[in-house]
Design a protein around this ligand. Structure first.
Ligand SMILES: C[S@@+](CC[C@H](N)C(=O)[O-])C[C@H]1O[C@@H](n2cnc3c(N)ncnc32)[C@H](O)[C@@H]1O
Length: 192
């Protein structure tokens, strides 16, 4: 099974430091590799990143279009961002006073040019939503867990191979009760 090599970003890492990843946060919680405000332009080059995990972070950022555009810009063609966000279909989106943007499963249609992405000129990105799940956990929280693959014109071969995607899909399909910590453990294991 091929592992994901290259630059992998763990956005909004907080205290969940992933070995082998570039761990990013606006605050220096314990170990952080890059201290950056993700509301600003992201500090990575175009087409330089192989995988992005964004667990419980996008709802803390001001502008979903900025997030999806910046992720798309830095991702290599065919590489992906994995987003795990509390959906407005449950309590999680609104219960936390620090949440400032709101997401549900319909939100993702705006970042595909075949979907609603061509309505607004500010949406520069184009993704293929390759995996989608809406697990429910305790306290009436519903999540949206999505893997969005960057569609770009370039024909560079994606490092996110078919095998890799299939393995993530199988894990996601079997894990409606999986919590973020277990997901991270899986991802660390997955890179080996
Ligand atoms: C709820 S925690 C998520 C922690 C971890 N990803 C998880 O799933 O357990 C949200 C994190 O996002 C970080 N954060 C909030 N706003 C940010 C910003 N503008 N840029 C970068 N990180 C930010 C916070 O400092 C915090 O560590």
């Amino acid at each position: 099974m091929s592992a994901l090599k290259g630059l992998k970003l763990n956005l909004g890492c907080n205290k969940n430091y992933l070995e082998g990843w570039t761990n990013v946060d606006i605050e220096q919680y314990g170990r952080v590799d890059v201290c950056a405000d993700l509301n600003d332009p992201w500090p990575w080059d175009d087409n330089s990143v192989d995988y992005i995990t964004a667990y419980n972070i996008v709802e803390h950022l001001k502008d979903p279009i900025h997030i999806m555009n910046e992720a798309w810009r830095v991702l290599k063609p065919g590489a992906a961002i994995e987003i795990y966000v509390p959906s407005t279909d449950g309590r999680g989106a609104f219960q936390d006073p620090t949440h400032i943007s709101f997401w549900n499963e319909n939100s993702f249609a705006y970042y595909t040019q075949e979907g609603l992405g061509n309505i607004y000129s500010s949406i520069k990105c184009d993704y293929d939503i390759i995996l989608f799940n809406t697990p429910a956990t305790s306290h009436k929280i519903i999540w949206v867990w999505a893997i969005c693959r960057a569609i770009k014109e370039s024909v560079e071969s994606p490092l996110l191979t078919h095998d890799t995607i299939l393995r993530i899909c199988q894990k996601m399909a079997a894990s409606f009760d999986t919590k973020p910590k277990e997901m991270k453990e899986f991802l660390v294991d997955f890179q080996k």
